[in-house]
Design a protein around this ligand. Structure first.
Ligand code: SAM
Length: 315
């Protein structure tokens, strides 16, 4: 089910046969993590205490690279809280030191820490009894550890992230890193995005540039910014709860590149109609089928018609 793949920056990722997808871009797994998720959050890492919702723990690269980066840019004592969600329990048995071996050719990668982390995580998983199909507190636990100047409390929620209760969680950042839009649609619906954005303080990061996804985040009143693409043609996305952010930070958002205006025109087309999963119980095909009906009943203009009337064309 999993196959080890070497990516172009020397780091490894896995290929997942069920999704027929790699966990990271072939252009560089570690590079992707820094570029799409970590670097855009630099300003928030100046906080003494930072909490991160990590959707799709996978190989854990987003969490590891966050710690390596924070420890590098800061001399003060820091506290990091991760809330990591993963529904593939078998994956954990496939995470071993060798998978991260070549990563230490990348700057900022600490292999000895990964070994320590994996043994701590596996000990915990051996101690507890993860139950299939139970998506509540019984399938969650935390581990505590330190990395250099950072004290970490790392919560794990094992099961379908849609089913967990988020009411009591509050987080500064969300790394939204599921499999691709069309394969893992249940994590790209308007309803799921609404659920995770509700308790978000500041930054939401992800990599899809599909119109229904952009439309969902736009409807949820976040400000959208483009992160320059790597390993693919389209940019990835930083969405900000702007008023929260400006209340807490004296920081000029002009360093970020706002979503090109043309996309707001495209969001008025049929092609941008959102996907829905109100009760969090639909599978990929059901979510797709329901939207086909919404699109066919819609009076909105087609994307091609809107594109013809727009002078500016996106890069
Ligand atoms: C692209 S990979 C994440 C890579 C990871 N962020 C990293 O840094 O290595 C997507 C992950 O999302 C997980 N996933 C997919 N659907 C899920 C769901 N409904 N609930 C929880 N996790 C899910 C997959 O099992 C997979 O590990």
């Amino acid at each position: 089910m999993y196959k080890k793949i070497k990516t172009n920056d020397g780091s490894y990722t896995l290929y997942n046969s069920k999704f027929d997808e790699n966990y990271h871009s072939i252009s560089g797994a570690v590079q992707e993590s820094y570029h799409k998720f970590i670097f855009p959050c630099k300003i928030l890492f100046s906080k003494q205490k930072i909490s991160i919702l990590d959707i799709g723990f996978g190989l854990g690269l987003n969490c590891f690279c966050t710690l390596f980066y924070i420890s590098k840019i800061s001399t003060e004592k820091k506290k990091v809280i991760f809330y990591s969600f993963e529904n593939d329990i078998d994956l954990f048995n496939n995470l071993n030191e060798e998978l991260y071996l070549n990563n230490d050719k990348n700057d900022n990668f600490d292999l000895s820490f990964i070994e320590f982390f994996l043994s701590k995580l596996k000990n915990k998983l051996n101690d507890i009894n993860i139950k299939n199909n139970i998506n509540d507190d019984e399938n969650s636990f935390y581990i505590e550890y330190s990395y250099q100047n950072i004290d970490v409390k790392h919560y794990f929620f094992i099961g379908d992230v849609r089913k967990f209760n988020f009411e009591n969680l509050n987080y500064d950042i969300c790394y939204h890193d599921p499999f691709s839009f069309h394969n893992n649609l249940e994590l790209w619906t308007y309803d799921f995005l609404k659920k995770i954005i509700k308790n978000l303080n500041f930054f939401f990061l992800t990599y899809s540039f599909s119109l229904p996804f952009l439309n969902s985040v736009n409807n949820l009143k976040l400000d959208l910014f483009e992160i320059d693409p790597i390993g693919r043609k389209t940019p990835s996305i930083l969405a900000i709860k702007k008023s929260n952010f400006l209340n807490c930070f004296k920081f000029n958002l002009s360093v970020y590149k706002p979503l090109n205006d043309i996309y707001y025109k495209y969001l008025k087309s049929k092609s941008a109609i959102c996907y829905f999963d109100k009760k969090f119980d639909l599978n990929n095909d059901q979510i797709k089928e329901n939207r086909v009906e919404l699109v066919s009943n819609s009076n909105l203009e087609s994307l091609s018609k809107i594109k013809k009337t727009c002078k500016l064309s996106p890069k």
